[in-house]
Each structure stands twice: as structure tokens, then as C-alpha cells.
Design a protein around this ligand. Structure first.
Ligand code: GSH
Length: 223
């Protein structure tokens, strides 16, 4: 049986969401973050090839990386509506949004989060200098890239209900967590009404509610 090794307040909530949407049988092991470092605990780090969550085990197979795990689970589930077939008109937008979630948004959002934390934790005397340099990085590199993705999403959602088309897919799961984070950080301004409405549709999904209930303490990334 597949077992999800799930870290509290983490990207691993995507996998829980996927499993609940599919109604699959799965094992579940919850891990708490280290209270001091907020990193994954040693037993999860020992299991994961990357030292990060999520991790999926299936017999001898140990798999990390959210999107790899999503594809692995979808392969196991067989043909289903969550991954448009190659002949489906929704396939290309599906591939774009599924990969943009990790390739172009989550990684840069995490970098932004780390830079903000670095500034906040810098010794007082050099903080103005560090803040200026890291602020430049945010303005020149991070913000324009995040904005480009958000602008594209806002435009796409003006003509469809979900990222790949009018039906919910795994691209919405891959991006959903990331978007909830962006929203919690206040990154989704009034300039994104279609995206805000989309988030409400996602929040209302039974699969998401079941995932939250199973997790029991999801609050977003700790700062
Ligand atoms: N790209 C990876 C990112 C994994 C990742 O950074 N996970 C974070 C949780 S959001 C983690 O395990 N943090 C704890 C740690 O690094 O010890 C994925 O999607 O699986």
C-alpha cells in the first residue's frame, strides 16, 4: 500500500488533497516540524532522498518531489479526470500549469520567503545594507517573475473555471497550495479578482476539506 509521509504545514498537503480527491486507500504518517529550526524531523530526513516532504513509500519504492509523487499516484489510479489525456484539448494548459507550479512559482516564492527571513534575522548593525541588497534582488528578479505567472493565471481564469479548462485537475492541486501561500502572504491583490474567485472554488472542494481535516493543523508555512 502507498504511504504518505506528511510534514505539518508543508507542501505535502497537496498529496493528501490528491489522495482524498481520488478516494484512494493509503497509509498516512504525520511528522511534526522541529520546534526550533522548523525543519523536518530526523526520521523524515532519514527517509527522504532529499530530506524534504512530501515523501511517498510504496513497498521498496521511496519517492520525493511533489509533482513526481502526483504523477506516480495518478499512474497507479489509472485513467481519470484529474490528468487530461494526450488527445484532450486541456492537455497543453494542464502541462503548463502543472509544471509552472513548481518550476516557475513555488521555487521563487520559497526564495522570496527565505530572503525576507534572512533580512529579518540579520544583525541589527548591518541590517540596512542587507535589506537594501536583498530588496534589490526582490525587485529586480523575484517580483517580476511572480507577477508574470500571476498575470497569466488571471488572464486564463477569465475564460475558464480551473487552470487547465472547465474541470478540476491535478494542475489545480499542484498550484493550489502555492496559491494559498501567496494569498496568505498578501501577494494576491485586488488586481486578481478571477484568481481570488478561483481560490474560493478550490477552498469549497470536498477533497480539500477532507485533506485539511486529516492533517488537522494546517496553517501554512511557519515564518
Ligand atoms: N520541490 C520539493 C520541495 C520540498 C520542500 O521544500 N519541502 C519542505 C516543506 S514545504 C520541507 O520539507 N521542509 C523541511 C526541511 O527542509 O527540513 C517538493 O515539491 O517536494
Amino acid at each position: 500500500m502507498i504511504i504518505l509521509h506528511h510534514l505539518e504545514n508543508s507542501q505535502s498537503i497537496r498529496i493528501l488533497w490528491l489522495l482524498e480527491e481520488l478516494g484512494m486507500d493509503y497509509g498516512f504518517k504525520m511528522y511534526d516540524r522541529d520546534k526550533k529550526t522548523m525543519l523536518a524531523p530526523d526520521d523524515l530526513k532519514a527517509l527522504s532522498p532529499l530530506g524534504t516532504a512530501p515523501v511517498l513509500t510504496d513497498g521498496d519504492i521511496v519517492l520525493a518531489e511533489s509533482n513526481a509523487i502526483i504523477d506516480y499516484i495518478l499512474d497507479k489510479a489509472g485513467p481519470n479526470a484529474l490528468r487530461p489525456a494526450t488527445s484532450d484539448a486541456d492537455r497543453a494548459p494542464y502541462l503548463f500549469w502543472f509544471h509552472a507550479a513548481q518550476g516557475s512559482y513555488q521555487s521563487i516564492l520559497t526564495m522570496s520567503f527565505v530572503l525576507s527571513n534572512t533580512t529579518a534575522k540579520t544583525p541589527f548593525l548591518i541590517r540596512p545594507l542587507i535589506s537594501k541588497v536583498l530588496g534589490m534582488t526582490q525587485n529586480l528578479f523575484i517580483k517580476p517573475r511572480l507577477k508574470a505567472v500571476m498575470d497569466k493565471m488571471e488572464a486564463d481564469l477569465s475564460s475558464r473555471d480551473f487552470l487547465a479548462g472547465d474541470r478540476f485537475t491535478a494542475a489545480d492541486i499542484a498550484f493550489g497550495y502555492t496559491l494559498f501561500m501567496a494569498d496568505m502572504r498578501g501577494d494576491l491583490s485586488a488586481a486578481y479578482p478571477n484568481t481570488k474567485a478561483y481560490l474560493q472554488r478550490m477552498n469549497a472542494r470536498e477533497g480539500w476539506k477532507k485533506a485539511l481535516a486529516k492533517d488537522g493543523k494546517f496553517q501554512g508555512i511557519p515564518s
